[in-house]
Design a protein around this ligand. Structure first.
Ligand code: ADP
Ligand code: MG
Length: 370
C-alpha cells in the first residue's frame, strides 16, 4: 500500500495576483489530504473519498472529456491523469485509491490543489516519471483549468508541491522563479475559518480575471504593448494611468498593482521580523480586497477584526474570497489565549460556526514516511 500526503495552503499576502503574472507568498500548512493507493495491473482507477463517502471509477486508457464526468472530485483526478498522460505520452497505471482529508473543502485552503498534487505525486512514483515539482504543479494547474473550469493561477499547486517546512514560498508567477523565505520561529500561523461557505466562487473568480484583462487592454492603448499583464504596471504608472480605465476594472487593477508592491514589502518585513510592518501590509491587503477587488464578505471582515482584537500580529482574508478563511500571524507565546479570545469575539457578532487551526509550515507533497 502506498500513501501520499499533500498539504493545503494559506497565502500570507499576494491575493488575486497569480493570474496577473504577479507575486505570491503562500505557506503549506499542516492540514493535509492523504491518498492511500494500491496499484492495479490494468488502467482502471477507482477512487473512494472518505471525506464525501463517494466512489468513482475512471478508465485511464479511455479518459472521457470533463463534461462527460459527474461534477465533483473525480474531475480533478481525471484532469491530473489526462494532463500527465498528455505530457508524458504514456498511459498511467490504474489504482485503487482512498482519499481522506483534514482540510475543510471549499474554505479557500486549496483542498482542490492538495487533491491534484497528491495524485500527481502518486503517479510520478508508481510510473517512475521523475517529473520535477514545477512541472507537476503546472500540470495540476492545467487539470484545474480544463477539468474543473477554474482558470486559476499557479499559486495553489506550487504551494502544495514546492513548499519547505518552516518557510513561506515566494513565487514570481511570471518567471516561475521561487525562493524559500524563513518564517520567524516565534510566530504561529493560524487559519481562522469563518464557517461561511463560498457562494458562486467560480463565476465571480472568472469575472475578476476578465476585468483584469480588460484593464490591461485599456492600459495598452496608452502605454503600448509592453504591458502584457498588470504585473507590468508599477505603482507610479498605476497612479497616473488607472484613472483612464473604466470602473469596475479600474479598482480591480488598482488592487492588483498595489498588492504586488505589498508582497515585495512584506518579504522584506518578514526577513526582519518587523511586526508593525507585517501588520500594516496584511491590513492594507485585506482593505484592498474588500474595497477595490470586492471579494471579501461581512464574515471575513469580522474575522479579521476578531483576530486583531485578540492580539494577532496581522490578519487578512486568504484564498479567492466570498467566504472561507482568514490567515492570522500570532506570537506563539500568546497562542492559547489568542485562540480563545478570537473565537469569542467572532461568535459574538457572526451567525456561522468558526473553526480555528494553529498550523505549522510543512513540506510540500510527498510519499508518507513509514
Ligand atoms: P478549495 O480548493 O479552496 O478547498 P475548491 O472549490 O477549489 O475549494 O475545491 C473543493 C473541491 O475539491 C471539492 O468540492 C471537491 O470536489 C474536491 N475535493 C477536495 N478534497 C477532497 C476530498 N478529500 N474528497 C473529495 N473531494 C475533494
Ligand atoms: Mg481550490
Amino acid at each position: 500500500m502506498l500513501c501520499v500526503r499533500a498539504p493545503g495552503r494559506v497565502n500570507l499576502i499576494g491575493e488575486h495576483t497569480d493570474y496577473n503574472d504577479g507575486y505570491v507568498l503562500p505557506v503549506a500548512i499542516s492540514l493535509e489530504t492523504r491518498v492511500y493507493a494500491q496499484p492495479r495491473t490494468d488502467a482502471l482507477c477507482q477512487v473512494y473519498s472518505e471525506t464525501l463517502d463517494e466512489q468513482h471509477t475512471l478508465n485511464l486508457a479511455e479518459l472521457p472529456p470533463p463534461e462527460q464526468l459527474p461534477e465533483g472530485f473525480i474531475r480533478y483526478v481525471a484532469g491530473v491523469a489526462a494532463m500527465v498522460q498528455r505530457h508524458t505520452g504514456r498511459t498511467l497505471t490504474g489504482v485503487d485509491a482512498t482519499l481522506c482529508s483534514r482540510l475543510p473543502l471549499g474554505a479557500g485552503l486549496s483542498s482542490s490543489a492538495a487533491l491534484e498534487a497528491a495524485f500527481a505525486v502518486l503517479w510520478d512514483a508508481i510510473d517512475d516519471l521523475r517529473l520535477d515539482r514545477l512541472t507537476l504543479a503546472r500540470l495540476c494547474q492545467q487539470a484545474e483549468h480544463q477539468y474543473a473550469g477554474v482558470r486559476c493561477g499557479l499559486m495553489d499547486q506550487a504551494a502544495s508541491l514546492l513548499c519547505q517546512a518552516g518557510h513561506a514560498l515566494f513565487l514570481d508567477t511570471r518567471t516561475q522563479a521561487t525562493q524559500q523565505v524563513p518564517i520567524p520561529s516565534a510566530w504561529a500561523i493560524v487559519v481562522a475559518d469563518t464557517g461561511k461557505p463560498r457562494a458562486l466562487a467560480e463565476s465571480d473568480y472568472n469575472l475578476r480575471r476578465a476585468q483584469c484583462e480588460q484593464a490591461v487592454g485599456a492600459l495598452q492603448d496608452v502605454l503600448g504593448e509592453s504591458v502584457v499583464a498588470l504585473r507590468d504596471v508599477s505603482a507610479e504608472a498605476g497612479a497616473q494611468y488607472l484613472p483612464l480605465v473604466e470602473e469596475p476594472a479600474r479598482r480591480r487593477a488598482r488592487h492588483v498593482v498595489g498588492e504586488n508592491a505589498r508582497v515585495l514589502a512584506f518579504l522584506d518585513a518578514l526577513r526582519r521580523a518587523d511586526t508593525a510592518q507585517v501588520r500594516a501590509l496584511m491590513l492594507a491587503s485585506h482593505a484592498s480586497l474588500r474595497d477595490d477587488y470586492e471579494v471579501s464578505c461581512a464574515e471575513l471582515d469580522r474575522m479579521v477584526e476578531a483576530c486583531l482584537q485578540a492580539g494577532a500580529i496581522g490578519a487578512r482574508m486568504t484564498g479567492a474570497g466570498f467566504g472561507g478563511a482568514c490567515v492570522a500571524l500570532v506570537e506563539r507565546a500568546r497562542l492559547e489565549r489568542f485562540l480563545q479570545d478570537a473565537e469569542r469575539f467572532y461568535r459574538a457578532r457572526a451567525a456561522y460556526e468558526p473553526r480555528f487551526y494553529a498550523c505549522e509550515a510543512v513540506d510540500g507533497a510527498g510519499m508518507c514516511a513509514g
